[in-house]
Design a protein around this ligand. Sequence first.
Ligand code: KIV
Length: 256
Amino acid sequence: MDKIKKIQNKKNKSKILCLTAYSKNFAEEVDKYVDIVLVGDSLGSVLYNYPSTKKVTLTEMINHSKSVRLGVKKSLMVVDMPYKTYVTKNQALKNAKNIIKKTKCDAVKLEGGKKIIKQIKFLIQNNIPVMGHLGLLPQSTKKFKSKGKTNKEIKQLINDSILLQESGVFAIVLECIKTPIAKKISQNLNIPTIGIGSSVHCDGQVLVTDDLIGLNQTNIKFVKKFLNVRKYINIGLRKFVSEVRSSKYPTKKHSY
Ligand code: KIV
């Protein structure tokens, strides 16, 4: 059974796990625990301090994804298509093919519903697996706020999720969607939903790895800091500094 079918079969049985990686060493560790490794365009803010993901380029996504590919052995590898790289269906196909050819990833992720449905359908018709993304769409908004509060928003989210499923996406990321709406969408669909800030009712969860291990410092509501990795980095760095200063390092063992 292919990786996508296996992930889809987990719906209503066991949780789907997805985490980001932007480089080989992180990918190697993340790959052991998840179903999906996502090269997210969140790398723009996490690694480059960009004010939004809009500044992330196709070249940056391809270079980071090439590195991630070296570390991913078993999981499905999904790459975010960056801002303005899928404005028309032909542009979307050209760029998605380029991403897949250069990075050997398994699928791409695009942000949006009805507005980009032509692009999504065209990619899928051309045998490119697509992951959807609804709710808070970092490529189209500056404000960080939850979605699914007004009747108009709720209707749009539900309609978009159905449209995406009908177009053939294999799963949908639901970002910052109010709990009852995320629950309703997840129950309505046959394909899995992967939540981020969208409650426990989604079929799986995704987080930015740098956030959950406390490497990236953020106070976003949905981030739980499962570890303070900076503490351990500092222990190692202090030991290095101390041993160099006291000439304890390098010993003969570490010298040629
Ligand atoms: O860019 C990203 O990392 C994402 C996830 C947070 C879903 O899109």
